[in-house]
Structure formats: structure tokens, C-alpha cells
Design a protein around this ligand. Structure first.
Ligand SMILES: Cc1cc2nc3c(=O)[nH]c(=O)nc-3n(C[C@H](O)[C@H](O)[C@H](O)COP(=O)(O)O)c2cc1C
Length: 304
């Protein structure tokens, strides 16, 4: 067992670094930069039952701490992912992926999750109830604890693989929602998705994003994401994947110390495509220098 290995609900990963949904494509996009087999795992682009073209352009804006996006779940639909993309991916990637699932109704979520659950390459179903950029679905399920629990229970009945629920930091009582999602059968949590925000054009005073608002991500949200993990950890018994603004090895260490069992990196992949191998080197150096026998020894130490 290597120093960096982690186990998420029975899924053994070589390290705790996972690329976040929507920022890593289907993994193959990064093959020009490095062998993607070095990564713990990655979450595929949010997948819906039917193909989606997403929101109108412009749908990306920048700020000093990262990005705002309002992509709106553009994806080719679950059948294309299963029949066209996974077979190509399996030729170059030996690991398992997190299948990020979204939808606009309970039935859609269930049908999509069930289809992805049947695939060998899928290790974890990541239920996205936190997309701020679509109307009616996504975050609507993640704002209300009863709704989130009902959806979790419905999807739980349709899938056999570990089910992780990805939450929105916009939710008014995140601790309560996470508890209820755990009671409804979730095997893990992903904390958190993007924060709602906006930017205006300084010349016209009008919104930069066609959608007006977008999801704020990148290093600027790290302290807030870290706090969500710290806040929820003592109240649940299931693993947490920390997500939001992680951009270096030191951020990973902080997330684990706050209570995360693994960490997702999103926007930093877009800013620096070599960030995953860099973070892995930093984690190895840290463990060696600090005489950490196993990286899991760091989990939750902020609470001790
Ligand atoms: C361009 C873009 C697209 C995204 N698409 C998805 C998505 O399809 N599903 C999802 O759950 N999260 C999506 N996210 C959110 C990320 O997975 C991640 O939760 C968020 O960006 C916070 O992490 P970060 O600060 O490391 O980027 C997207 C983020 C960005 C920047």
C-alpha cells in the first residue's frame, strides 16, 4: 500500500487527487500533457439522459481568483457517453471514473444514473444536485433538504455502485442537508460545487455572462469550500470529497485535515494543465518531509 492510497467506499485509488467534473473532459483531453493514469480518478462532464447544447455564449468570465462559468450542462447525452466515449477511454485509462449525473426530474436522474451504473469503467455515481446554471433541475434539488433526500433515495434504489452526492454551498443549511442525504442512502458527499456570482462589463455596465449569473470557482473560493468540509465532517459518518479552489499540494493537505478523504481539483486544471502531476509531487514531498506514514493519517486532524 503506497503512502498516498485512499479508499472511497471500497474503491481503491492510488492517491486522493480527483479531477472535478466539467474541467477534465473525459480524461483523454489531458493525454497530450501527461499519462492520466497517474491521477487518483476523475469525474466526467455532467451527464444527462438526453444531449444538451448548454447556455448561450458568453458563458465563461474571469476574476482574479479564478472563473465564473455558466456552461449549463452541455453534454452529448448518456447513450453517446456509454457507446462512443467510454470504449475509447478504456483503451488509454485503466482506472475507474466518477460518473457525474444531472437531470431535470427524478425519473431523468434515475434513468441516467442506472445506465452509467451498468458500466465497468464507472467506480462511483456522483449525483450533481448543485449546478447553478440550469433552470428547474440541478441546484433546485440541492437547495431543499427534503428534496435532496428524496432524490438520493430514488437514485439509491436504481444503482449498485457507491453513490456520492455533490452539494451546493448555496444551500441554507448544508449540515442538515448532508445528514438527511446520508440517511437517505448516500455513500459519500462531494463538498462543494460552485458559488453563485456575476460580473459586469465595465464599459456597458451589463452582465458579462449571457446567463447573467454563473458559478464561481478557483482559488478565490478555497477558504469557503474548506469551511464547508470542516463544518459538515463532525456530523456525518460517510466520506467527504473536498472540492473548491484547490490548486496546490498544500490545499489538498488542508482539505484532508478539515475532514476530506479525497479532493477534487477543477479550475486549476484549466489554468495549468500540468497541475495534477505537480500536486502529486508536492504531496509525496510533504509526506516524506513531515514523516507522514500514510496520507489518510491527516484526515480530520483539525478536529482533534
Ligand atoms: C467550466 C466548468 C464546468 C463545470 N461543469 C460541471 C459539471 O458538469 N458538473 C458538476 O458537478 N460540476 C461542474 N463544475 C464544477 C466543478 O466540478 C467544481 O465543483 C467547481 O468548479 C469548484 O471546484 P474548483 O474551484 O476546483 O474549480 C464545473 C466547473 C467549471 C469551471
Amino acid at each position: 500500500m503506497g503512502t498516498l492510497t485512499v479508499n472511497l467506499s471500497g474503491l481503491e485509488l492510488s492517491n486522493p487527487v480527483i479531477a472535478a467534473s466539467g474541467t477534465y473532459g473525459y480524461g483523454m483531453e489531458y493525454l497530450d500533457f501527461y499519462d492520466v493514469n497517474c491521477i487518483g480518478s476523475f469525474s466526467i462532464k455532467g451527464t444527462t439522459l438526453h444531449p444538451r447544447t448548454g447556455n448561450r455564449q458568453p458563458r465563461i468570465a474571469e476574476y482574479d481568483g479564478g472563473l465564473l462559468n455558466a456552461v449549463g450542462l452541455e453534454n452529448p447525452g448518456v447513450e453517446h457517453v456509454v457507446q462512443e466515449i467510454f470504449p475509447r477511454l478504456q483503451k488509454v485509462y485503466r482506472g475507474k471514473v466518477l460518473a457525474n449525473v444531472s437531470g431535470f426530474s427524478m425519473e431523468e436522474y434515475c434513468a441516467c444514473a442506472q445506465r452509467l451504473d451498468e458500466q465497468d469503467i464507472v467506480g462511483i455515481i456522483e449525483l450533481n444536485i448543485s449546478c447553478p446554471n440550469v433552470h428547474g433541475g440541478g441546484m433546485a434539488f440541492g437547495m431543499d433538504a427534503a428534496c435532496a433526500a428524496e432524490l438520493t433515495a430514488a437514485v439509491r434504489r436504481c444503482v449498485k455502485k457507491p453513490l456520492y452526492v455533490k452539494c451546493t454551498p448555496q444551500c441554507p443549511d448544508l449540515v442538515d442537508l448532508c445528514r438527511r442525504v446520508e440517511d437517505a442512502g448516500a455513500d459519500g458527499l462531494v463538498l462543494v460545487n460552485t458559488f453563485l456570482g456575476m460580473r459586469l462589463d465595465r464599459h456597458t455596465g451589463k452582465p458579462l455572462l449571457a446567463n447573467v449569473t454563473g458559478g464561481v470557482s478557483g482559488s478565490g473560493i478555497f477558504p469557503q469550500a474548506l469551511y464547508r468540509v470542516y463544518q459538515v465532517y463532525p456530523h456525518v459518518h460517510i466520506p467527504i470529497i473536498g472540492c473548491g479552489g484547490v490548486s496546490c499540494g498544500s490545499d489538498v493537505i488542508e482539505m484532508l485535515s478539515a475532514g476530506a478523504s479525497a479532493v477534487e481539483i477543477g479550475t486549476q486544471n484549466l489554468l495549468d494543465p500540468m497541475c495534477v502531476p505537480k500536486v502529486l509531487r508536492e504531496l509525496e514531498d510533504y509526506c516524506r518531509e513531515e514523516h507522514i506514514q500514510h496520507i489518510t493519517d491527516l484526515i480530520g486532524r483539525a478536529h482533534q
